[in-house]
Design a protein around this ligand. Structure first.
Ligand SMILES: [Ca+2]
Ligand SMILES: [Ca+2]
Length: 81
């Protein structure tokens, strides 16, 4: 039963398998948010304007929802590695 419950949670967490980019892929300082500097580690071509467009909450960092929306909108690609 316990294993089934964990599996159900895993399915819920990864319900959008087409978009495999999460904050933890980009977050290098462990604050669970992605700054412009952190984004440019994997996306060196991203401009501050692009970042601002993705950052819909205007808090100068990207959260999981903003990253997912950006991927869905095709504004960022999944990391090549
Ligand atoms: Ca961070
Ligand atoms: Ca934000």
């Amino acid at each position: 039963m316990r294993r089934a419950a964990v599996s159900a949670i895993a399915v819920a967490l990864f319900a959008a398998p087409a978009f495999a980019l999460s904050v933890s892929d980009l977050d290098t300082d462990g604050d669970s948010l992605v700054s412009f500097t952190e984004v440019t580690v994997k996306y060196p071509s991203m401009s501050e304007e692009d970042f601002a467009e993705i950052d819909t909450s205007d808090d100068i960092v990207l959260d999981e929802a903003e990253l997912a929306a950006a991927l869905e909108a095709g504004m960022v690609e999944e990391p090549a590695d």
